[in-house]
Design a protein around this ligand. Sequence first.
Ligand code: KIV
Length: 259
Amino acid sequence: MKNKKIREILKRKNKIPIVCLTAYSKTIAEILDKYCDIVLVGDSMGSVLYGMESTREVTLDMIINHAKSVKKGISKSIMVIDMPYQTYRTKKQAYNNAKKIIKSTKCDAIKLEGGKKIINIVKFLIKKNIPIMGHIGLLPQSEKGRFKFKGRTLAERSKIIEDARLLSNAGVFAIVIECVEERLAKIISKSIPVPTIGIGASKHCDGQILVTDDLLGLSNFTPRFIRKYSNLKKIINESVMKFRNDVIRKNFPSKKNIY
Ligand code: KIV
């Protein structure tokens, strides 16, 4: 693997936890870059930013445009981009789209959802020297209806373990494990040499990722795996209300704000 930053991530297995968050713009990326190892331009932007029903509506052009903005805020962390739904159905399609994403955004790696089902595509991209991050467990691009945690049945648990093993053998540099029960995340993290990045997958993973809007208290999404570190919605509300009052009372602009 050519990318030194990505080789460093592989060495973090069972060592210092890997810190990851999502960004869709330069402003947020600039802040995250100081604290994160990996910044993901996630297709969660569909619901978080665009109010879409699911991540399935996110297009290649949308993700590329946001990634171009994010890239401007990144200087040290690894930038990973989600391949949108239906953009990696065949090896050829996946390769052409991955090349387009990398060429137009200069990102470090690509993330694909799935294990066994897409393993030949993952192997093909890695053979073409494209660094890949895996994503197993709950797969938002494949979900219908309400999201439920994965690993309730033996069959489901075996499938997820098999997905992790296949991706690890294929040469991905990290695997996101989304919404699985704690015991399963522990088994997977202990049984593969590749770092696992959890979201709703317990502290047994080698790193953690959250959607930045969720941790900042900007979204209305409140599953139990999120910890809100601030309430930006409240802060923005108060600021906008103060501005409104100042405009109405003619307190803004003041002498300081005029030419
Ligand atoms: O799209 C996204 O933001 C993601 C993370 C939640 C892992 O895939």
